[in-house]
Ligand binder design. Structure first.
Ligand SMILES: [Zn+2]
Length: 186
């Protein structure tokens, strides 16, 4: 058990969205939960091909921004369940998703943190959609210092950064906790 986990168990639980007392509930208070709405995005910064196939819970600020930060640093399963269930409810059945995966964390980060917040979310999305969760991607190598590269070089470096497992189903939903503008993950 980490020190943070011990502290979390001892201190009164606070809602990461509004800092209000959570009482016996865990994760996120009802008011903050009602502020989350999955949205289908018409434009994707990832790629043209992915454009009509993107669902987000909202911009990285306010209740959602604070919740995602809390998930990243605390790894609360209750919080992951609330966010993942909301995200999963926004995935259209027409996409025909067959399995769910998440963007892998860099191995050094994984060792340091002990969990991958994108995977925590992805597993909850899979549960919501009644689909299998697969470890479909692995990091092939460190992507290096992206800031020093030109855009085209940066894209190539990222293209090679992940390796897909063999024998995957055709349509897989990829879950990440934060999507940065122009910072394509795949
Ligand atoms: Zn709240």
């Amino acid at each position: 058990m980490t020190l943070q986990a011990v502290l979390n168990a001892l201190l009164p639980r606070r809602c990461p969205g509004c800092s209000g007392q959570l009482g016996h509930s865990a994760g996120l208070c009802v008011a903050c939960q009602s502020a989350l709405h999955p949205q289908l995005q018409s434009r994707s910064p990832l790629s043209e091909a992915a454009a009509p196939h993107l669902v987000v819970l909202g911009p990285y600020r306010g209740v959602l921004g604070r919740s995602v930060k809390a998930l990243k640093y605390g790894g609360s399963r209750e919080l992951a369940a609330i966010l993942g269930t909301q995200l999963g409810s926004g995935i259209p059945a027409s996409w025909g998703v067959q399995a769910v995966t998440a963007v892998p964390l860099h191995p050094a980060r994984m060792n340091e943190r002990g969990f991958n917040q994108a995977e925590l979310l992805g597993r909850q999305v899979a549960t919501r959609l009644k689909l299998p969760y697969l470890n479909a991607l692995s990091r092939q190598r460190a992507t290096g210092n992206q800031a020093k590269r030109h855009a085209s070089e940066r894209r190539n470096a990222l293209d090679d950064a992940f390796l897909a497992t063999a024998g995957l189903p055709e349509t897989i939903l990829l879950v990440d906790d934060v999507m940065t503008k122009g910072g394509a993950h795949m």
